[in-house]
Design a protein around this ligand. Sequence first.
Ligand code: AMP
Ligand code: ZN
Length: 286
Amino acid sequence: MEGLYLKKLNSSLDKTEKKVKEIIEKYNLIERKDKIVVALSGGKDSTSILYILKKLGYNVEGLMIDLHLGTWSDKHRENMQRLCKELKIKFHISDLKKEFGHGICFIKQVVKEKKNLTGCSVCGVIKRWILNKEAKKLGADKIVTGHNLDDECQTVLMNFLKGNIYLGINSTPATGARSKEFSQRIKPLFFVPENEIRKYAKKMKFDILYDRCPCAIGTYRVETRAWLSKLNDKNKLNIVENFQRIIPKLREQKQFGEIKHCKICGEASRGDVCNACSMFMCVRNP
Ligand code: AMP
Ligand code: ZN
């Protein structure tokens, strides 16, 4: 297998790779001079987008947060280390335990007890905070995540069922403004169905795990995913595209509070203390 992926980088673009290229161009997601950091979970989505961006000739590096989910995390880390080495991509790792003294399961448990916050939202807040901080350290212009069409469709539906569609006003292929404070987050797989990415990853024979996150059991997102599995890809695309069309209207109606700085970590925040720090505080002072 040695050198296999490196050689394939020179082959012509397949259907999925062309689709990603078109999304990047249509939404102006990346400029040639940009330094791109791909947030790597080790799953099929982030692995595929790392590979496609490298193939499209962008300046990419990989960044993984070690969440300390036992052998699951170890295996994902080894897989990404190996792939990045073969593709001659710099690989960075941020260790949650070194940073906060605990793995994600412990943090989730304490936050659940203290703040009554559960599921993937805790993980999401913590990952976003670490990715933004690390990407700034690395001087990244953009952080890429592997969110796909199915993830976005779930988000639209979950926000609707929570009775608050305004929660989705930042769910776009490029989120947040580009500034010194934030590396912009971009999602080049935004309109690519999960099934298509799975097929792509299998065709490429990436040496990765396809199991779902062991922490995401019985969460709201998992239930929404199960419900949406009845829909075909065209239905999912309609839901996501229709929501994209109403976002400008929602933004006009919504009053945004000023952006402050978290008094603990200094990161941009809507409140005096950002969501991540308020979670870490309750972990540190149980
Ligand atoms: P998830 O929230 O697990 O569905 O992941 C969504 C995206 O977040 C993935 O496609 C990755 O780009 C990123 N991501 C998830 N877990 C990690 C991780 N441990 N380290 C870095 N990025 C991650
Ligand atoms: Zn903070």
